[in-house]
Design a protein around this ligand. Sequence first.
Ligand code: ATP
Length: 384
Amino acid sequence: MTITLSGVSKVFGDFTAVHPLDLTIPEGSFFALLGASGCGKTTTLRMIAGLEAPTSGSVLLGEEDITSLPPHRRPVNTVFQNYALFPHLDVQDNVAFGLRRRGIKPVKKQVDEMLELVQLGPLARRRPAQLSGGQQQRVALARALINRPRVLLLDEPLGALDLKLRRQMQLELKRIQTEVGITFVHVTHDQEEAMTMADTVAVMYAGRVEQRGAPAELYENPRSTFVANFLGTSNLVAAEITAVDAAGIQLRTDGSGGSADGADDKLRLPVERCAVEGAAAGDKVLVGVRPEKIALALAADASSVPPDRNRLTGRIRDASYLGVSTQYVIDSPACPELAVYEQNVARDARLAPGADVVLHWDPAHTFALDAAQDAEAGTGEEAL
Ligand code: ATP
C-alpha cells in the first residue's frame, strides 16, 4: 500500500528531529531511509508505525488517514534490530504467535509456508538461543510477515550481524520482498546495504530528506555535497563557471594555469548535471567526479589524451594496491587529495608516488554542486 507522509514533523522539546517532510512510498516498493546516526530516520519510521505521534502533518496508508490510529490497529509490522523473539518458544511457536493471539486456528499450514519462505523448515523445533544471528533474523521476519501486513518496517534489521552474513541476508531480504510483494521500508546507516536492496533510497541529513531516487541515480547525480560524499566517495573541486552554451558548462578551477607539459586544465559538464538552478558565468560551484571514472596518464604522455576529455594535472602522493584495483591519492594545483581508482587490468608501474600525471575523464561523468555548501558534509569529517 502506498504510504504518504504529508508535512510530517517531530519536535522533542526544543529539538526538531524531523523537519516537515513530504514523502510518497509507492506500493510494493523496497524503500530505504538512509542516513548517519541521529538524522531522524528511526523517528520517521516510528511515526509510520504509530509508535511516535507526529508534531504536525499526516500519515496516509492508501487513501486512509492513519495519523491517529494506535500501532496495533495499523496494517503495519516492524522488525527491530534486536529481533525481540520469545526465548521460551521454539521457532514455529514464535512464528505462530501473531496468528494465535488473534485466535486464528489452525496455524500449521501458514507457519509451514512462512518457514519455507525464510528457509527455516528444518529448524522449526529449535529455540532462539540455539540459532545463529542470521537465523534469528529470519524468524523475526517470518513472525512479522505471517500477519500479512500491508507494510513491513525494518529498523536496522541486519545491524547485529557480521559483515558476511549481512551481505547474505541483504540478498535474502530482497528475494523475500520480491516474493511477497508488500511495501518494505528499511532504515539503515549503511549505504551499501541501502543500495543493494532498495528500489528507492531517501537520503536523510539533519532531519530532512536531502534527495531521493533510485540508487544509481543518487550515486551518479548527487544534488548536494552530503549525498555526494555519503554515497561512496566524490572528488569535489572548487571552480568558477566561465561559459554556459549549447555545448554545456565550461569551468575554470582556482589552480588552473597549466601543467608541466603546458597542457591546460579543462573542465566541462552537461547543463542537466549542474545542481545550481540557472547557472551562469561567474558562479562558484563544486565540480564533482567519482574516483572510478577518472583515468590516469603520465604527464609526459599527455598528448595521447583525447581532446574531448576533462583533464586536471597532478602529482601522485600515494598508491595503494588492493588486488582488484589500485587507489591513488593525487595532489593537483586545483585541489589536494583527489581520489582515483583504477582497475588493475594493465598496470603501469610508472604510476607511482612522485609521478606527474594527467587525470582525465568523460565530461558526461561530471556533476556540479552549489559551492555555498560544506564540501566535507557526509565525509565524517564535517563540522556538525
Ligand atoms: P540512529 O541510527 O542512531 O538510530 P536515527 O537517524 O534513527 O539515528 P533518530 O532515532 O530518529 O535518529 O533520532 C533523531 C534525533 O532525535 C536524535 O538526535 C535523537 O537524539 C533525538 N530523539 C529521538 N527520540 C527522542 C526522544 N524521545 N526525546 C528526545 N530526543 C529524541
